[in-house]
Design a binder for this molecule. Structure first.
Ligand SMILES: [Zn+2]
Ligand SMILES: [Zn+2]
Length: 145
């Protein structure tokens, strides 16, 4: 069963890459799989930590992350600590993006997929500028204990 899922996901990723005109390479496959398993955005260092032992070098991983950002498959965010974090864009989510919660104590980042940005909210901030990131800060449940 696990094997079948594995095959399906390779086929899925291959299709995803070909729709944006990218070839499926071992490094791209590994990077996308790592991001798929993640529940929050990952830094280059966090992706590298797992993929370097598999034989991919840091520069290759970074280049692939950048290629995927350029192709629109991956979103890159900066949450105030000068670290770029990467996550797969959700194709079902038309806006392509969602707010993030950052814990000011431990620095953990959580995706807030269920927070809806209303049309009127979006309209009101276009008067101010182009919003690239919506950030909520506070104390996560683990730290607040
Ligand atoms: Zn915390
Ligand atoms: Zn996120």
């Amino acid at each position: 069963m696990a094997r079948q899922e594995e095959i399906d996901s390779v086929a899925q990723i291959r299709t995803l890459l070909s729709t944006v005109g990218l070839r499926t390479t071992a490094a791209r496959l590994a990077v996308i799989r790592r991001l798929r398993r993640a529940t929050s955005p990952l830094s280059h260092a966090e992706v590298a930590e797992e993929l370097v032992p598999l034989g991919f070098d840091k520069a290759t991983i970074f280049r692939n992350l950048t290629d995927l950002v350029d192709a629109g498959l991956v979103a890159r965010t900066e949450l105030g600590d000068h670290v770029w974090r990467f996550e797969l864009r959700n194709p079902d989510h038309e806006a392509g993006h969602h707010p993030h919660f950052v814990c000011v104590d431990c620095g953990s980042v959580t995706c807030l997929h269920d927070v809806d940005m209303s049309k009127s909210a979006q309209k009101s901030w276009t008067k101010v500028g182009r919003v690239t990131e919506i950030l909520l800060k506070g104390h996560c449940n683990t730290c607040a204990k």
